[in-house]
Design a protein around this ligand. Structure first.
Ligand SMILES: Cc1ncc(COP(=O)(O)O)c(C=O)c1O
Length: 448
């Protein structure tokens, strides 16, 4: 594999036997407490390797194409590239990132439903041919900018319980697929497959049954038009839980065997994003300000706050204009853990958590029970790997959290045994003989 991000300057701490994620967090907090208390992530890259093994065990031969927008940090992309999975890119910057990693164009798909013509031209120039399409306007734009494009028709699903807005906006009807095929014939564009996406919050796995049989209809329709289709993209929506993966597999496998058997030559692919990265990253944030009930100015005539009003309001140094951006579009309930030790019988108070922007949208947790905390205390959020990591935010002088990558020695050993390695990846590892040195290792961190 070609060298990736030669100058990205990141390192992966290889932990001595017995050292844990909690030790890494403790030591980073110890160091940060001396040096300005900046928020930071710890990314356990061993988890990505484990997720991939789980994927291969349960879902093979469905090939994963990781959506780069989920987390485009260098450690994640390099590990996933080394694991040999493909990438789904939504813009030119993402394509450049994975191309710099040495990923070949056949392993990259361009999945933005609303592509910029200049970026389609970039894909054409660099041989990225497979892209999704769900409207005739998009199809004509692609035909003009990339005559060799190979389209996956993005069909809508019935996932209205979960991702209503997403489904209203993206994905087309079966009826319109016929129209798109007519257009493709007229413009000389190839159609090579179908894509759908069912979000992880969809409660009804029957949705997969309808989506896969709809996909079969589109394949049949394509035959009438003389298109040779050979890709079915079942999208993302895998939470990361092994149980959910097995449940989805249990529903889709018999259908795939009937509608897209191996001898049909159809390659089934997927776009698992959260699945790979969510649980791998833990965020540590610092309390920068605190307000109590007494600090609140009550409206005239009101003498007491309501019972469900938070007793304490804490402001932390990361918020919706940073790591909690998905709070703005999804119903998320991040759960904070208090880092410092406190007694089991210590009283708990209704508390709310806010980001540093002083903006009314910047609420992270409306209501949770916490012991009384002080400015300077740390809170920990697990499962923070999917969202804004790798994207830039410029709001309010926001200081991006640092990232500390780590891997346990046993995960590293497993990776070696499985022959998963590359010279450039290997040179980023450094052995951490004792956890005490983790936070002080200069090479160890990179900004999110
Ligand atoms: C519209 C859309 N959103 C999100 C994703 C990624 O989903 P997740 O991170 O839940 O796997 C995909 C992948 O197909 C997608 O098509």
């Amino acid at each position: 594999m070609k060298g990736f991000l030669e100058d990205a300057n990141y390192s992966i701490g290889l932990l001595d036997e017995g050292a844990t994620l909690a030790d890494v967090i403790d030591n980073c907090i110890y160091e940060h407490t001396q040096t300005g208390k900046r928020a930071f992530y710890v990314g356990d890259l061993g988890k990505l390797v484990k997720k991939n093994t789980q994927w291969q065990n349960v879902m093979a031969p469905i090939k994963p194409f990781y959506p780069v927008k989920c987390n485009s940090t260098p450690g994640v992309l390099e590990i996933l590239g080394t694991l040999g999975i493909g990438f789904a890119c939504s813009n030119k910057s993402e394509m450049v990132l994975v191309q710099d990693l040495g990923i070949s164009p056949e392993n990259i798909i361009y999945t933005n439903p609303c592509k910029q013509a200049s970026q389609i031209k970039y894909a054409a120039k660099t041989g990225i041919n497979i892209m999704t399409c769900d409207s005739d306007i998009e199809l004509k734009k692609i035909a003009r900018s990339h005559p060799n494009a190979k389209l996956l028709l993005h069909i809508a699903t019935e996932d209205i319980t979960a991702d209503e807005e997403m489904n209203m906006k993206f994905g087309t009807t079966l009826k319109n697929c016929r129209h798109l095929m007519e257009c493709a014939k007229e413009f000389g564009i190839q159609i090579v497959g179908v894509k759908f996406h069912i979000s992880s919050t969809c409660k009804d796995l029957q949705t997969y049954i309808h989506a896969i049989s709809d996909a079969r209809c589109v394949f049949d329709m394509a035959e009438e038009f003389g298109f040779k289709m050979n890709i079915l993209d079942i999208g993302g929506g895998f939470t990361g839980s092994e149980l959910q993966l097995e449940e989805v597999h249990h529903v889709i496998r018999p259908l795939l065997d009937v509608y897209f058997p191996e001898e049909s030559g159809v390659n089934v692919i997927a776009e698992p994003g959260c699945y790979y990265v969510s649980s791998a990253f833990t965020l540590a944030v610092n309390i920068i300000a605190k307000k109590t009930e007494c600090d609140k100015l009550l409206p005239s005539g009101v003498e007491q706050t309501r019972d469900d009003e938070p007793v304490f309001t804490y402001y932390i140094n990361d918020g919706v204009y940073g790591s909690f951006a998905s709070k703005l579009s999804e119903k998320l309930n991040p759960t904070p853990e208090v880092h410092k030790k406190y007694k089991e019988d210590e009283p708990l108070f209704t508390s709310s958590l806010w980001g540093p922007s002083c903006d009314e949208l910047d609420q992270i947790v409306e209501n949770c029970l916490l012991p009384e905390l002080s400015v300077g205390d740390w809170l920990i959020f697990a499962n923070m790997g999917s969202g804004t990591l790798g994207e830039q935010s410029t709001f309010n002088d926001y200081q991006r959290p640092l990232i500390y990558y780590m891997m346990s020695f046993s995960d590293w050993d497993e990776m070696q045994d499985a022959g998963i390695t590359s010279d450039t990846l290997m040179k980023n590892f450094f052995f951490v003989p004792s956890c005490i040195q983790l936070g002080s290792e200069d090479r160890f961190s990179t900004a999110a």
